[in-house]
Design a protein around this ligand. Structure first.
Ligand code: NDP
Ligand code: 8X3
Length: 257
């Protein structure tokens, strides 16, 4: 197993769900963490909790990944001791709405495309050149089962995750000949704030998504991310699809009640 002790890990969308779980798993393994998201107070709470349990260096960055200038500035102004990022976890992402395409909301579409595709691209574009220069690095993109299977009314969200899948594949091809690794970790249902965000804070509707099902937890996904980055350096895990035992495809879910 490759050690990630003292490796610098940048996690986007670390203020909640899968990103926050990744922060804990990596802190436990002795990594140095750059945690990014829009909600700085949530990042601070996470940093306080992590620091109680682990001796780890944490650097917080308030960042909206949709803002290209802000991403460029966040990366280029990192203090020297934080600037050599070893592992980039492109996790920030969201779904907005669950509407038929011909009835969809333009603002929802733009938010998903700008965050899930363009934000991921900006981070990658500003971080990977340093990895190439240093001859080391690993990019982990959080995709989704939605990138493999489109479901009714999932249209644009599924499109963004299909794009993530294609971008991961493209990045792997373009980095061929370098030691930099690229992985896509593509979960099915994970209980996080994801559905609350999708349904614009309608928590009754969000809770129904997980009713009668034992979904994945954010920790389950973080475990897989950790597995990918700790393989020997000649091993690249290209893509992992993981889902709950209660889920067989994007739409085929076993509900116990
Ligand atoms: P959460 O809503 O719990 O977390 C999403 C994270 O993304 C938050 O930390 C949020 O932080 C951050 N984020 C959203 N927009 C932006 C932005 N513009 N700039 C910076 N950060 C942003 O959901 P999950 O943990 O479930 O989602 C994480 C990833 O996993 C997403 O890419 C999602 O598509 C993917 N995924 C989720 C699944 C699920 O069932 N939950 C299944 C498959 C994939 P903040 O609001 O503070 O900026
Ligand atoms: C999140 C999982 O099935 O709600 O990507 O799209 S799903």
């Amino acid at each position: 197993m490759l050690s990630i002790q003292n490796q610098i890990v940048l996690i986007t969308g670390a203020s909640s769900g899968i990103g926050a779980a990744c922060a804990k798993v990596f802190a436990n393994a002795g990594a140095k963490l750059i945690l990014a998201a829009r909600r700085l107070e949530r990042l601070q709470e996470l940093a306080d909790e992590v620091s109680k349990n682990f001796t780890t260096d944490i650097h917080l960055v308030q960042l909206d990944v949709r803002d290209r200038t802000a991403v460029e500035s966040a990366i280029s102004t990192l203090p020297p001791s934080w600037s050599e990022i070893d592992i980039l976890i492109n996790n920030a992402g969201l779904s907005r709405g669950l509407d038929k395409l011909h009835e969809g909301d333009f603002q929802d579409w733009e938010e998903m495309i700008d965050t899930n595709i363009k934000g991921l691209l900006y981070l990658t574009r500003y971080v990977v050149p340093g990895m190439v220069k240093r001859d080391r690095g690993h990019v982990v993109n959080i995709g989704s089962i939605a990138g493999h299977q489109t479901y009714p009314s999932g249209n644009v969200y599924c499109g963004t995750k299909a794009a993530v899948r294609a971008i991961s594949e493209g990045l792997k091809q373009d980095l061929l000949g370098t030691p930099i690794r690229v992985s896509s970790v593509d979960p099915g249902m994970v209980e996080t704030e994801f559905s609350d965000v999708r349904f614009h804070g309608d928590s009754d509707r969000a809770n129904k998504v997980y009713q009668g099902v034992k979904p994945l937890t954010p920790d389950d996904v973080a475990d897989v991310v950790f597995f990918c980055v700790t393989r020997p350096s000649h091993v690249n895990i290209n893509e992992v699809v993981l889902m709950p035992v209660d889920q067989a495809s994007a739409t085929l879910v076993n509900r116990r009640n």
